[in-house]
Write a protein that binds this ligand. Structure first.
Ligand code: HEC
Ligand code: HEC
Length: 449
């Protein structure tokens, strides 16, 4: 159990500094946003997970030659990022990639951006879900490089680059607390069984009334964003950090998506807008200055996408969450409905699609018979892998399912297989009746959002 919990401890101590002063109700928004940006991207850690040297030594685990971290730090970081699916930090970060953070006591730690920081076309963004992350290989290599055993986890953390089981991590941490937040030696049997997920874009949050893929948590909740740090914290420490997380939430609500960087055919996009208004807006809302977003949660039977995430959130977990400090206000909805139709702002940049990242392009979202089931994900988020026609990632479709048991883990996790638990690519057949021409027009319109 000791080692089994270590991986969770690493995540549990994702750190955001608690040193900012508590704020009053009437603080100016712009100031809160700025405090949140600093708290999220610039503030230090409370506890380290690894010694700093582990970053430099990780290359020793790769079994290949690599640039020397001392004489060619940027070459080394490029190779490091490639191996783990990380991205350069678009803010000062002590020479570390986005998602890693220098610790107060010389060590390193991961932070929110290991999952919530991505890049596209060579540019990094805070809030773009990381679609290339291989957290398993990262934990294994860096721990070994630090002289620690590779951490075990009591559930599957990830089988594919870019998808990660964030929900079960939070569920597990919560199961180790009683309702009054006293610690338990053995987890409560809450029955949650969540699958790995694609990380959603943060810039959608401001349009939503409810959040997470199933839309069961009020978007206004600050505390829900603190679940990852609960493993290390007492209730008093969490309470002290609440105002900092309120600032972080303000910063998340200020984020905007990047603009589509290639030419758009405006006549096509105008035709596509009509197709959109006729077929899509009831769930996905409208866009532009008067845009309205309904925050609609669609029943599982109607949406038909993989049900594992919606069903895996157990009644026991929700009841327990609501009985703790997390649910004191902003309670999670005890009723399971299905999946929330997300806003589509910046949708060009957030492939692969659906909550499980099962569909590489918008074309596939809109034509279910064209979705590949077994494929190799691209090796980077560079534009050489970007498909401007279908909008999303070019993947190498495999006709035969490779025997991943014979492949090294980091190679195996390039393979996406829709037959794995939670990774089904079915459902959302709302574009199937369109003609190919209408679909192309619609995609041109989606590029403008
Ligand atoms: C291990 C990867 C990972 C880490 C680390 C992580 N998240 Fe997330 N986050 C996710 C995933 C995956 C989801 C979708 C969960 C779901 O809906 O079930 C998510 C959802 C969210 C959402 C809701 C977005 C929406 O529109 O519904 C917010 C807000 C959020 N995370 C904030 C944070 C903050 C703040 C941190 C750091 C304290 C953090 N996350 C750390 C992976 C991660
Ligand atoms: C009945 C409601 C409904 C209709 C109609 C609908 N969608 Fe969706 N859409 C959803 C839901 C719910 C999801 C999330 C499914 C999931 O992740 O499992 C989704 C997901 C998507 C996604 C992927 C989002 C992402 O970030 O991964 C795209 C793109 C999309 N829809 C586009 C469209 C377009 C274009 C149309 C019109 C042809 C349309 N949808 C019609 C409900 C709907």
């Amino acid at each position: 159990m000791q080692t089994g919990l270590r991986i969770l401890r690493i995540l549990a101590i994702l750190v955001i500094a608690g040193s900012l002063p508590a704020q009053g109700q009437d603080r100016p928004d712009a100031a809160a946003v700025e405090r949140g940006r600093i708290a999220l991207t610039q503030r230090g850690h409370l506890k380290k997970a690894w010694n700093r040297e582990a970053y430099d030594r990780a290359g020793g685990q790769w079994g290949t030659t690599h640039p020397d971290p001392k004489t060619d730090p940027s070459g080394y970081q490029t190779a490091f990022n490639q191996r783990y699916g990380l991205h350069p930090a678009p803010y000062p970060n002590d020479g570390l990639p986005m998602g890693l953070r220098a610790g107060m006591n010389g060590g390193i730690q991961i932070d929110c951006m290991v999952c919530h920081g991505g890049s596209i076309g060579g540019k990094s963004y805070v809030g773009l879900g990381n679609s290339t992350l291989d957290l398993r290989t990262f934990f294994d290599d860096v721990s070994r490089a630090d002289g620690q055993p590779a951490p075990l986890s009591p559930f599957t953390l990830t089988t594919t680059r870019g998808t990660v089981n964030a929900g079960q991590i939070a569920a597990f941490l919560l199961s180790l607390r009683n309702a009054d937040f006293s610690r338990r030696r053995f987890p409560l049997p809450l029955g949650a069984d969540l699958p790995e997920l694609d990380t959603p874009a943060w810039w959608h949050l401001k349009r939503k009334k409810t959040m997470y893929y199933d839309g069961r948590t009020p978007q206004s909740s600050v505390r829900t964003n603190m679940q990852f740090i609960m493993g290390e914290k007492s209730l008093d420490e969490l309470k002290e950090l609440e105002s900092t997380f309120s600032d972080i939430r303000a910063y998340l609500l200020s984020l905007t998506p990047p603009k589509y960087p290639f030419p758009i055919d405006s006549a096509k996009a105008e035709r596509g807008q009509k197709v959109f208004l006729a077929n899509c807006k009831s769930c996905h809302g409208t866009y532009g200055p008067d845009g309205k977003y309904p925050s609609k949660i669609v029943a599982l039977e109607e949406i038909g996408t993989d049900p594992a995430r919606a069903k895996g959130l157990s009644d026991g977990l929700i009841a327990h969450y609501n009985a703790t400090w997390f649910g004191d206000h902003d309670k999670a909805n005890p009723k399971m409905v299905g999946y929330q139709a997300s806003p589509l702002d910046g949708i060009w940049a957030t492939a692969p699609y659906f909550h499980n990242g099962s569909v590489p392009t918008i074309w596939g979202v809109l034509k279910s018979s064209d979705r590949p089931s077994v494929y190799r994900r691209p090796s980077s988020t560079g534009f050489e892998h970007y498909d401007q026609t279908k909008v999303g990632w070019k993947v190498e479709v495999l006709t035969k399912t490779p025997d991943i048991s014979k492949m090294p883990g980091h190679e195996a996790r390039y393979i996406f297989d829709a037959s794995r638990v939670g990774l089904g690519n079915q459902g959302h057949t709302f574009g199937d009746e369109l003609t190919d021409a209408e679909r192309m027009d619609l995609i041109e319109y989606l590029k403008t959002l």
